[in-house]
Design a binder for this molecule. Structure first.
Ligand SMILES: C[S@@+](CC[C@H](N)C(=O)[O-])C[C@H]1O[C@@H](n2cnc3c(N)ncnc32)[C@H](O)[C@@H]1O
Length: 259
């Protein structure tokens, strides 16, 4: 797993929306948190979120990612989301971008939300952008066909959509991300032909190679399934969407910690 994030830490700048949050997403995080975000916990080291609160602690289990992405003057702790090194009710709010995608559904994600509920103060919010597969499943073949028809604008949206299609056909919606690259290579043995047909940048396409031999598991349950595993103490009070490509599968969940 550490190799997976070590690879990513070196190529972060080549990644784009929807995997990385765009300005509109950050605006939505800020709007959901309001004017007094207080003592906040960030799950991960998403650099775009470093400014959401003056009092921010980032928690990430990859020293490589912390070193590569996190501003040196900001607080970061090396640690596990599934076993957070914090007392109960330590934070006014918790934020995260895309975190559940990296946890197996449903067991690890259930534990993840329980840990967040534990460290949040009553009345505090979890503001979390999730990545979910479509309510109506599509196949990898369909996604590749759409790409060749010119119906998918950005390569990063295509990459995410392909992974979501694989997840939607996998029990538990969880699969090895290396499978995305294998599926892609099967459909597009000639990358130049794809690049010529779509206008995508070959270097963006090459970001898929970061998945080669990765042991990492990725999960994209539909939103309806994700909602089923939320603890009763986290109540949905808002749901926001951006307007970028595939935004409908990247909901910003706003959950309030109830006693
Ligand atoms: C926030 S997530 C998802 C990517 C996100 N869209 C972004 O823009 O940053 C990526 C980070 O999660 C961290 N991570 C993954 N699983 C973790 C876990 N179980 N505990 C703590 N950190 C974890 C990785 O090290 C990586 O830095």
């Amino acid at each position: 797993m550490s190799d997976h994030w070590q690879n990513f830490s070196h190529h972060w700048n080549r990644l784009g929306s929807p995997m990385r949050p765009c300005a509109e997403d950050i605006g939505n995080f800020r709007a959901a948190l309001g004017d007094t975000p207080g003592n906040c916990l960030l799950l991960g080291v998403t650099p775009e979120l470093a400014g959401v609160s003056a009092q921010l602690t980032a928690l990430d289990n990859s020293a490589d990612m912390i070193r590569a992405l996190w501003p040196q003057d900001k607080r970061a702790i090396l640690g596990e989301w599934l076993d957070m090194p914090f007392e109960d009710a330590s934070f006014d709010n918790v934020v995260g971008d895309g975190c559940p995608v990296l946890l197996e559904f449903p067991q690890q994600q259930t534990r993840f939300f329980a840990e967040i509920a534990r460290v949040l103060k009553p009345g505090g919010k979890l503001v979390l952008r999730a990545f979910v597969c479509a309510a109506q499943a599509e196949s990898p073949e369909q996604v590749c066909h759409e790409a060749m028809q010119g119906n998918i604008k950005g390569f990063h949206a295509f990459k995410w959509r392909l992974s979501m299609a694989i997840a939607s056909q996998t029990p538990g919606y969880t699969f090895r991300i290396a499978e995305s690259l294998r599926t892609f290579d099967r459909h597009f043995p000639d990358r130049q032909q794809l690049v010529d047909a779509t206008g995508w940048d070959m270097q963006d396409v090459a970001t898929l190679d970061l998945y080669r031999d990765s042991a990492a598991l990725y999960s994209y349950p539909p939103l309806s399934e994700l909602r089923k595993i939320l603890p009763k103490t986290l109540v949905e009070t808002g749901l926001m969407y951006g307007h970028y490509e595939l935004a409908e599968r990247c909901p910003l969940l706003v959950l309030e910690r109830r006693a």
